[in-house]
Design a protein around this ligand. Structure first.
Ligand SMILES: CCCCCCCCCCCCCCCCCCCCCC(=O)SCCNC(=O)CCNC(=O)[C@H](O)C(C)(C)COP(=O)(O)OP(=O)(O)OC[C@H]1O[C@@H](n2cnc3c(N)ncnc32)[C@H](O)[C@@H]1OP(=O)(O)O
Ligand SMILES: Cc1cc2nc3c(=O)[nH]c(=O)nc-3n(C[C@H](O)[C@H](O)[C@H](O)COP(=O)(O)OP(=O)(O)OC[C@H]3O[C@@H](n4cnc5c(N)ncnc54)[C@H](O)[C@@H]3O)c2cc1C
Length: 666
């Protein structure tokens, strides 16, 4: 943090106004004091390494230079992380990712190694396979990625075209990419970084197709890094964001791998080619479930970054007068600005709380699966799909809202908001495209509704459907509990409507699949409403638990945030509430007043709330959002780093402009 002397006076004043203990909220936000202190300890190590500091801002480097710089830094970070793990304890993935941003600025080319390759060996490998590959992968003697998506298919996994054909004679699989569209396309690190891949391919034994399975494949020589025979590998080029993720393509021509390289925790292929089916074929998709759960946490973190930048900037920035002859006001004092930004703070807390709840459910399912029980797997799949979809989409919308809330300067790359948006919007697509995942949940919701009609016991996350089947005669109350119930009524109403829409099309003679497609806009709306009901319910209940041990000051701000989140969404979806619940026009008028009161209550704590996210300047990397609020000085300092400002006259003047002007005179 900058010394108090240099801090912008508006920020000093804002911090003096704060009514709660910022540190205490940081500990709550991060899941406990020990996590915060660990992260801070690791940050102090990482950010004191001179080699990780940029001489030239990353954005002025070429595509190739940026990649080389990110690899150099990723190697240093990995070494620091390993050393830290040996000396203290293994760092959690959130800390690794967060601190990594402060050095690499964009995505590490090792993200997929650390985020999916290792997890897949762990989740899909037999104990023998884990014993062979885990130590090497953890020590980075082998570097890998998760290569599933192809040019032709990302969503429809059953349509993947890469083949793995078992050769009984040699006890090997032969990998092939039979078409252009079967080439792997997108995997992070695949371009020029990794030497191993987990490859998703269609398994064939004696001409019979057994569907998608995962295979460990070495693609580059460990000494020379040259692609191995039969491997066609490269990088896919620049994208909207993720520039240093080193996404790549990959094709196979008769590449042979030993039988033991198929990940066989679930399904197996024996020496003689006998295929042994596992407990549930969808367990092959297990890593994706874990990453979808993690994306809820990622969404919370990405919003926290954008909110920190935008709120601090709004405290420093003065523009226009509220009253004539009075000084220009801090833009944070405009109610519309508070409306744009405070929901960002509240949403970050909502997602963080929901992640804690979802991750616990994930761990429970993993434990159950270990005992051969898979009862809660469909519920987890449904929850992870709709929450990943909703949280990633909301995060992209909120980051963009924060950027717009910074006016013109939010468009500057040096604000960091464009790069943060690039991260957020990518997550809407990767790990299961938004609409597609909402439809997966809708499939579950349709079954749940059918079960509710049959009077069967429902899983906890959909048990509200039973209540909504009973007629709801209670009058509306403007309490958080009641509004959450209102969201559940909305979700149940939309689920019911979508269900009836399908039935109507089926009765009219359509196949179920066509009826599904015809009802699919309603189906995604039902899924979204279900997500919102879950988010509000979990956030509300989670906050009560957190507040019960917090100091009064912190408990009060947590209460303001959760109420703001719930009331905001009630007002955003007021039409739905009018349709599906007992809310009245008068209740809505009361909610509008309540919302404005909450904005006023949060206003004095706005800067304190984003300070409590405790995001270091290195991670923010923003001219607008740094702790000291030296916005204008930093904008000018960063502009001066432009290569175009390193010489008084650029050569293009003599080469093009001057001759052009001369010709123009004639
Ligand atoms: C400096 C620091 C260093 C770094 C440090 C790093 C530190 C570590 C970082 C830590 C980590 C942070 C990570 C964040 C960022 C990660 C970035 C990731 C990048 C992106 C990666 C990717 O982007 S990687 C590819 C993802 N690509 C998909 O995401 C495909 C979607 N496509 C499907 O996933 C299937 O295609 C789709 C649609 C289900 C249909 O699958 P299908 O056709 O086979 O199935 P059907 O639809 O027919 O469904 C038949 C029945 O299966 C049920 N079911 C389906 N799936 C199920 C499942 N998973 N579990 C249970 N049940 C399932 C379903 O519910 C039905 O059940 P029922 O019959 O009872 O109704
Ligand atoms: C930054 C980034 C990193 C990535 N990293 C990896 C990686 O490391 N490894 C990897 O394997 N993959 C990776 N991917 C690929 C990613 O997982 C896929 O792009 C994603 O799953 C979406 O699939 P798709 O591209 O085939 O989209 P498509 O399915 O072609 O989507 C196009 C449109 O079609 C619609 N659509 C498709 N199917 C349906 C349906 N059934 N019903 C209704 N609408 C439908 C979608 O809603 C969307 O609007 C990455 C992608 C990105 C952007």
């Amino acid at each position: 943090m900058a010394s108090a002397l240099k801090v912008n006076k508006d920020l000093v004043r804002e911090r003096q106004k704060c009514t709660f203990d910022v540190k205490e909220l940081t500990y709550i936000w991060e899941g406990g004091r020990e996590f915060t202190e660990e992260r801070q300890r690791y940050e102090n190590i990482v950010y004191s390494v001179k080699e990780l500091q940029d001489e030239v801002p990353e954005l002025y480097l070429s595509h190739k230079e940026r990649y080389e710089s990110s690899i150099r830094k990723a190697c240093i970070l990995q070494r620091l992380q390993n050393e830290y793990g040996k000396k203290h304890k293994v760092l959690n993935t959130r800390t690794i990712r967060l601190v990594g941003y402060g050095a690499i600025r964009d995505i590490s080319p090792f993200l997929l190694h650390n985020g999916m390759f290792i997890q897949t060996i762990e989740g899909q490998g037999t104990p023998e396979q884990q014993a062979e590959w885990m130590p090497k992968a953890q020590a980075m003697q082998i570097i890998g990625t998760y290569a599933q998506t192809e040019l032709g298919h990302g969503t429809f996994l059953r349509g993947l075209e890469t083949t793995a054909t078992y050769d009984v004679k040699t006890e090997e699989f032969i990998l092939n990419s039979p078409t252009l569209t079967s080439h792997k396309w997108w995997p992070g690190g695949l371009g020029t970084t990794v030497n191993h891949c987990i490859v998703a391919a269609q398994l064939y034994i004696n001409g019979k197709k057994h569907g998608i399975h995962l295979f460990m494949v070495q693609i580059r020589d460990l000494e020379t890094h040259m692609p191995l025979p039969g491997i066609n590998v490269g990088e896919i080029g620049p994208k909207l964001g993720f520039q240093t993720a080193n996404n790549g393509f990959l094709g196979f021509k008769n590449v042979r791998i030993p039988r033991k390289n198929m990940l066989m925790k679930n399904n197996q292929v024996l020496n003689d080619g006998t295929y042994v089916k596992g407990m549930n074929e969808k367990l092959t998709y297990g890593t994706m479930v874990l990453v979808r759960v993690s994306i809820v946490s990622d969404a919370a973190n990405v919003i926290a970054r954008a909110a920190t930048i935008a709120v601090r900037y709004a405290a420093v920035r003065h523009q226009s007068q509220l009253k004539a002859n009075e000084p220009e006001v801090q833009i944070l004092d405009y109610l519309t600005q508070q409306h744009k930004l405070f929901i960002a703070i509240a949403t970050s807390h909502a997602f963080s709380t929901t992640y804690g709840w979802l991750y616990k459910a994930y761990l429970q399912v993993v434990e159950d699966l270990g005992k051969g029980k898979q009862d809660h797997l469909p519920e987890l799949h449904a929850l992870s799909c709709c929450l990943k979809a909703t949280c990633s989409r909301d995060s992209a919308a909120i980051v963009e809202q924060c950027r717009l809330a910074c006016g013109g300067h939010g468009y500057m790359a040096s604000s960091s908001l464009p790069i943060v948006y690039g991260l957020a919007t990518a997550s809407v697509t990767y790990e299961g495209e938004h609409t597609v995942l909402l439809l997966q949940t809708a499939r579950y919701l349709m079954k749940a509704w059918q079960m509710a009609l049959q009077g069967k016991v429902l899983a906890p996350s959909v048990s509200y459907l039973v209540d909504s089947l009973k007629s709801n005669k209670q009058s509306w109350q403007n309490t958080p509990e009641f509004i959450v119930k209102g969201f559940q009524h909305v979700a149940a109403g939309k689920i019911k409507d979508a269900f009836h829409a399908i039935q109507k099309h089926v009765k009219a003679g359509k196949d179920y699949e066509d009826a599904w497609n015809l009802a699919s806009v309603q189906l995604i709306k039902a899924s979204e409403a279900h997500s919102r009901a879950i988010l509000c319910d979990v956030f509300w209940r989670g906050t009560i638990i957190k507040s019960s041990t917090a100091s009064p000051g912190v408990a009060a701000v947590l209460d303001h945030l959760v109420q703001l989140y719930i009331v905001y969404w009630a007002l955003e979806t007021v039409g739905d509430l009018l349709l599906y619940s007992n809310i009245t026009k008068e209740d809505i008028a009361v909610l509008k007043v309540k919302y404005e009161e909450l904005l006023a209550l949060i206003r004095p704590n706005a800067v304190g709330l984003v300070d409590a996210f405790d995001i270091r300047d290195e991670v923010l990397n923003s001219t607008l959002g740094s702790y000291d609020g030296r916005v204008y000085e930093r904008l000018m300092e960063e502009a001066m780093k432009s290569p175009l400002n390193q010489e008084p006259v650029n050569q293009s003047f003599h080469k093009y402009l001057k001759p052009f002007m001369k010709r123009a005179k004639l």
